[in-house]
Design a protein around this ligand. Structure first.
Ligand code: ISE
Length: 338
């Protein structure tokens, strides 16, 4: 346990990284931003300039080696995560890594192996939904057994729109990956096979994007999970889930905030994006990571969860391309992640 505030190097200062810099600086306790890293030097300098004692870097290795850096938050694009993760593990630095851990299961396995060689967990993966209050309530309810065995999980994941560079693969690896993680976590079961079904695409979807898609997971506990993934729904950001169990059902994500009745209509607001919808979850995620790190522990979604998500994504992408039910190929869970 340390009384010192944790000096965090934030690697990657795009939308998510910049939001984490703000969060560490303004919202949570026990940590400060000691370094920011971005290939765009001007951007890094601009952020560092506004923060006392914070230095700007373009090289993650230099930032990790800097005095006052005790931990690393990785929010750079997925393809460069592996190098940063291996460097952090070589320095035995605690890491909070935005999803994906790495873009594929082979590289994720290399990270798992490096952490196992270290002999203790250092990595938490940024599956923030596990820190959302409604997801936590659903988790607690399912774990209590009060509703009996879960049979089905119906999920809806809707984004207003996506960038032009968004691909069919990304619908799985960038978006549905959250349901993959949540299903494994909520049900405490591994996903064994994935099937993807495509309706005729929405005319609002960009050319070449088959949106929406219906993605179905089977699990080793006999449950079935279906996910409506609709990345260009146009009307708001919605993430909903309904567990159907032997003795009842439970639903989250209805977004029942302020409801108004006026002029012959009733209604509320739908959050515009994941930053707004999961603001509390991100705050809780980073605070718990800081608290655990200061206690000398690693908690939350592990590198194993990052690897499992990568393996399920691979099956999902094959299922998308082939139209076939595709089994998930995974190694046995190593003892470090038992
Ligand atoms: C984005 O990268 C996220 O992680 C969001 O949570 C998800 O809803 C969105 O579809 C992804 O593109």
């Amino acid at each position: 346990m340390t009384n010192r505030t944790l000096g965090v190097a934030v690697i990657g200062t795009g939308k998510m990284g910049a939001d984490h810099v703000r969060r560490i600086n303004d919202v949570i306790s026990g940590a400060h931003v000691a370094a920011v890293v971005d290939i765009d030097e001007a951007r890094a300098k601009g952020l560092a300039y506004a923060l006392e004692g914070c230095r700007a870097y373009t090289d993650p290795v230099a930032a990790m080696a800097a005095d006052g850096v005790d931990a690393v938050l990785i929010a750079s694009p997925g393809p460069v995560h592996e190098t940063a993760l291996l460097e952090a593990l070589a320095r035995d630095l605690p890491v909070l890594c935005e999803k994906p851990l790495t873009p594929d299961s082979v590289s994720a396995l290399r990270v798992l192996e490096a952490e196992q060689q270290l002999g203790h967990r250092r990595i938490q993966v940024g599956f923030m939904r596990r820190f959302d209050s409604e997801y936590l309530q659903l988790k607690e309810l399912l774990a209590s057994g009060r509703l009996g065995r879960p049979l089905l999980l119906h999920c809806r994941h809707r984004n207003v729109s996506v960038h032009d560079y968004f691909t069919n693969e990304m619908l799985i690896s960038d978006s549905v990956v959250h349901e993959m993680d949540c299903a494994r976590w909520l049900l405490e079961q591994e996903i064994t096979a994935v099937t993807v079904i495509h309706p005729t695409p929405s005319s609002n979807a960009p050319e070449g994007l088959s949106d929406p898609q219906l993605v179905v997971f089977e699990t080793d506990g006999g449950a079935v999970v279906n996910v409506e993934m609709f990345a260009t729904c146009g009307f708001g950001y919605q993430v909903q889930a309904e567990a159907v169990c032997e003795n009842g059902t439970a639903r989250i994500g209805e977004g029942h905030g302020l409801l108004t009745n006026t002029a012959g209509r009733w209604g509320g607001e739908i959050t515009p994006d994941f930053i707004a919808r999961f603001a509390d979850a991100y705050d809780r995620e980073v605070q718990r990571w800081v608290d655990a790190t200061r206690r000398g522990e690693a908690t939350g979604p592990s590198a194993w969860d990052g690897y499992a998500a990568a393996a399920v994504c691979e099956a999902g992408i094959t299922a998308q391309l082939t139209g076939q039910r595709t089994p998930v190929v995974m190694i046995e869970r190593p003892a470090l992640y038992a």
